[in-house]
Write a protein that binds this ligand. Sequence first.
Ligand SMILES: [Cu+2]
Length: 130
Amino acid sequence: MRRLAVLRLPSAALPLAALAFAALAACGDDGPTARRTVALTAVDYDVPQLRGFAAQKGEEITFTMTNNGAQPHNLELLTADGTRLGRLDVVQPGATGTFTVRMKASGSAKWVCDIADHVARGMRGAFVVT
Ligand SMILES: [Cu+2]
């Protein structure tokens, strides 16, 4: 009888426990599903390797960007609603910068170089996280 009582007590809490577990699983950081490195070159005024670029949800990408242009360039990746995914600060001509981005959600995303008038000159684009 004691065993039955022990079983009966947690049964009332079981749905809550299941919910708590589900919430933890949904919110938990399970780490990247994959890692890769992508080499980029910035030119005046484009990052050609980002044309046709695509990413997988959950992967962690380390971008290296070498500035082959005559102007300084930076790079920011954003979700479609403008949430920053990652940012590489100014890379001077001839220099290389590195930053790592975790692709946390699927959906459309975009990139810009937001120095001066570089967006207007074409340094922006879209990519998809699937
Ligand atoms: Cu630029």
